[in-house]
Design a protein around this ligand. Structure first.
Ligand SMILES: N[C@H](CCC[C@H](N)C(=O)O)C(=O)O
Length: 278
């Protein structure tokens, strides 16, 4: 099976063009093997490029544990560049059908990609999160069942669930130990991605992430969007922010109301192409 490997701020994916490999089910059933960094290609996830009746193209994303996610922010930037390179689209701004709705990535002249990520989802029901009431969930207490630590969490969905925690020093966090416990916390019926964010100055943040279904990654695009939305709602930033992740930086804009779209700008780079026998 032919694949193309992309990375976006170090979050890396095996891309598969369904036109060449139509048997999505048997391939996605092997996402765990494909993502294995010893026995497979090695990646944080597998992304399929598919035809769509509702948009220019359709994207499906599978985490390295084999679970399918609604959306991938770093992935959709690479998706847009690859689709254009393959000639599947002729415009630099395209529509992509995802589990988070139809989203609009745009190729910029500097090589970056700016994505209209749609609106953030803030009600407990949409995220989903249980036990925090039905209103907008912005800043609620949560006990980390694994360590007993008590965190104030901000819950935001970008189509996929995020639990954002603001701390004084992200480097002091035991990400392997705490990330997984929070990912599977009972408040999150669909589990959650976990972001630890630290305000550096002004609208500049540092963030580390434990991703649902993958674990620690060098960056998470939807997670960065969720963290900036939470920062703005908590009064830690206004309308835009630059976020430094382990693998690179992203710029996020959001005007601040639940009807305003979130915009993410960042890089995506093709690493190599190859073939794998499954
Ligand atoms: N692990 C995520 C999917 C990948 C999202 C992330 N890689 C991004 O860039 O948004 C989830 O299960 O919701």
């Amino acid at each position: 099976m032919h694949f193309t490997k992309w990375q976006a701020c170090g979050n890396d994916f095996v891309f598969i063009n369904a036109a060449e490999n139509p048997d999505i089910k048997s391939i996605s059933d092997q996402a765990k093997l494909i993502c294995d960094r010893h026995y497979g290609v090695g990646a944080d996830g597998v992304i399929f490029i598919l035809p769509s009746e509702a948009a220019d193209l359709k994207m499906r994303i599978f985490n390295s544990d084999g679970s399918e996610a609604e959306m991938c922010g770093n992935g959709i930037r690479a998706f847009a560049k690859w689709a254009f390179e393959l000639g599947l689209v002729n415009e630099k701004k395209i529509s992509v059908e995802t589990g988070a709705g139809i989203l609009y990535p745009e190729l910029l002249d500097d090589g970056n990609v700016r994505v209209d990520m749609g609106v953030p989802h803030l009600s407990a029901k949409e995220i989903p999160v249980l036990g925090f009431g039905d209103g907008t969930v912005v800043d609620k207490p949560l006990i980390n069942g694994g360590t007993g630590k008590h965190y104030q969490v901000s819950c935001v969905s970008m189509g996929n669930p995020h639990c954002v925690i603001f701390v004084d020093d992200v480097n002091a966090i035991d990400l392997p130990g705490e990330g997984h416990q929070l990912e599977i916390d009972a408040h999150f019926p669909n589990k959650t991605n976990v972001e630890f964010a630290q305000k550096l100055s002004g609208n500049h943040f540092r963030m580390r992430v434990w991703e649902r279904g993958t674990g620690i990654t060098l960056a998470c695009g939807t997670g960065t969007c969720a963290a900036v939305v939470a920062a703005i709602l908590n009064g830690f930033a206004d309308k835009s922010a630059d976020v430094d992740l382990d693998g690179g930086s992203l710029h996020i804009d959001w005007a601040g109301s639940s009807k305003d779209h979130v915009y993410m700008t960042g890089p995506a780079v093709k690493v190599f192409e190859g073939d794998i026998s499954l």
